[in-house]
Write a protein that binds this ligand. Structure first.
Ligand SMILES: NC(=O)c1ccc[n+]([C@@H]2O[C@H](COP(=O)([O-])OP(=O)(O)OC[C@H]3O[C@@H](n4cnc5c(N)ncnc54)[C@H](O)[C@@H]3O)[C@@H](O)[C@H]2O)c1
Length: 364
């Protein structure tokens, strides 16, 4: 097994989670980091014991096989395309791009060059969502009928030191949190055929709450509360609400309703968490034992799966195709909301291969 040599572009808030896991993934080798903030890149490089490069140097470096793109959404497609043009695979944070039109050339170029595009979220490969998938596929709650998803918070400006990007295109509760829930529901129910939605922007003024920028006003150029109705190709329904406008809620996060019971799905922004079911006979909640997924996983496992998939010439799970489908669904919801219409989703895909328990991304 040869390790995929990784260069990271964009070493901000989320990068620490990748740096915590990459050392435990033997088929990944971190070799360099770059950031438009070169001082930040030098600090992180020193912490990680790797080289600090400029973005141009990193892209030109023949000793790097793949770019891990952890920049903000506005830069995802441009950096991804530059990585592919440099002959490197790319795995990026979500969303894949600002909209499908921006993502299409990225996927087309990868296809043309025989390179891989991977994308967060890889949380769906952990024990939480994979156990939910197995529970559903085993028929434990009977035949599925529908899913209900509610994610809400007061807004990321309360904790993120540089939250402006969350209120620009590519952000908002839908493009920021939607990928976790939509990737999960496609993993559970399969692809989505058509969507409708309503999207509103509240009048709340947003200000940075923490760090050196505290007090700075944040321009809001996104919908801050979005509700959508999704029809899956197999006829199942998902209702989804995501919001940056909710101070507190008791709404369930994520539930699947079946003919024989209900399944509560754990937080898809995490890799683990309990799956609970309440069956028709008792209608009492019980925890399902972990039965699938990578244990003790974290951000970076999807990239390790991509590295292994390159080595063994099989599809990788946290794929550009999945991220594109999810992006098309999110874009479709916003278009449906703007036009008061129903939007047909053009892309489709097979559900990614399930993740067996007791496997690791380096060997499976
Ligand atoms: N912060 C989180 O908790 C979190 C969680 C999951 C996913 N994400 C995703 O990770 C991505 C990054 O988020 P973050 O919170 O780390 O943001 P951040 O602003 O903290 O970090 C982004 C870094 O990228 C650099 N950067 C931006 N554009 C660049 C460019 N064109 N070239 C080189 N460097 C560039 C910035 O200088 C910064 O250091 C986003 O897509 C976000 O949705 C963040």
């Amino acid at each position: 097994m040869s390790a995929l040599r990784i260069g990271v572009i964009g070493v901000g808030n989320i990068s620490t989670q990748y740096f915590a896991h990459i050392p435990n993934l033997p088929n990944l080798e971190l070799v360099a980091v770059a950031d438009m903030n070169e001082e930040r890149a030098r600090e992180v490089a020193a912490e990680q014991g790797v080289r600090a490069l400029t973005v141009d140097e990193l892209l030109a470096d023949a000793g790097i096989d793949a770019v891990l793109n952890l920049t903000i959404p506005q830069a995802h497609a441009a950096i991804g395309i530059r990585a592919l043009q440099s002959g490197k695979h790319v795995y990026g944070e979500k969303p894949l791009a600002l909209d499908p039109a921006e993502a299409e050339p990225l996927l087309a170029l990868a296809e043309q060059k025989g390179l891989r595009v991977g994308s967060a979220p890889d949380t769906v490969l952990g024990t939480g969502i994979q156990t939910a998938r197995k529970t559903l596929d085993d028929g434990t709650i009977g035949r599925p009928i529908a899913a209900a998803i509610h994610w809400s918070a007061p807004g990321h400006e309360l904790w993120h030191p540089a939250p402006a990007f969350y209120y620009q295109p590519g952000g908002g509760p839908l493009l920021d949190m939607g990928p976790y829930y939509l990737t999960s529901i496609v993993t559970l129910f399969g692809p989505i055929a058509r969507v409708s939605g309503v999207a509103t922007t509240s009048s709340r003024e947003r200000r940075v709450a923490t760090g050196p920028l505290a007090g700075t006003a944040i321009p809001v150029d996104v919908a801050t509360h979005v509700s959508a109705l999704l029809e899956h190709e197999n006829g199942l329904t998902t209702t989804l609400t995501v919001s940056f406008d909710v101070w507190k809620s008791r709404a369930p996060l994520f539930e699947v309703f079946g003919t024989e019971g209900t399944m509560a799905v754990p937080d898809p922004n995490r890799f683990d968490g309990d799956v609970e079911i309440a069956l028709a006979a008792t209608r009492e909640w019980e925890t399902v034992p972990v039965s699938a997924g990578w244990a003790d996983s974290g951000r970076g496992f999807g990239l390790a799966d991509m590295a292994r998939a390159i080595e063994t010439d099989r599809p990788h799970r946290a794929s550009g195709a999945m991220a594109f489908h999810v992006l098309e669904v999110m874009d479709g919801i916003l278009r449906a909301a703007a036009d008061h219409s129903v939007v047909e989703i053009g892309s489709t895909l097979e559900r990614p291969e399930a993740v067996p328990l007791d496997s690791t991304p380096a060997t499976w």
